[in-house]
Design a protein. Structure first.
Length: 138
């Protein structure tokens, strides 16, 4: 890739959701980044806002932590740094995972929301989840 192509990729608009996991030391930071395609970003915030809710649902499933739509930010890719050096104490590092809108739509079609299902299907899934939680507590 040329320098112009790399700079263009860094200037694309994306949605990002971040979370941290405790590892008993300083913790690990992760960030999930959604872009319109591999090479293009979103044109504006209005276009990206339509996907915030579904992206929050995907991020929650991926991180196993509750991530609300208001925790998702819209900005240029270059503003999300992966490493910041700190001379005193631990430096900040964050692993990035990139997905595209097509991958998000594919995941959404395989994982429908309960409110989009027939009532009997949603009830059955809720019962299975309750049983699994009861077994996990034992």
């Amino acid at each position: 890739m040329s320098d112009k192509q790399i700079k263009a990729l860094q200037e694309k608009n994306v949605l990002a959701a971040g979370w941290s996991e405790d590892d008993g030391w300083y913790g690990k930071n992760y960030r999930l980044i959604l872009s319109a395609s591999e090479t293009d970003g979103f044109k504006n915030a209005k276009e990206a806002k339509k996907l915030k809710g579904e992206f929050a649902r995907y991020a929650t499933a991926r991180s196993r932590q509750k991530i609300a739509a208001k925790q998702i930010s819209f900005n240029k890719l270059s503003s999300y740094q992966t490493y910041i050096y700190c001379s005193m104490g631990p430096s900040y590092s964050c692993a990035h995972y990139h997905i595209t809108v097509n991958e998000l739509n594919e995941w959404s079609s395989k994982n429908p929301r309960l409110k989009d299902m027939e009532p009997w299907q949603a009830h059955q899934i809720k019962e299975e989840r309750r049983k699994a939680r009861r077994l996990a507590k034992k």
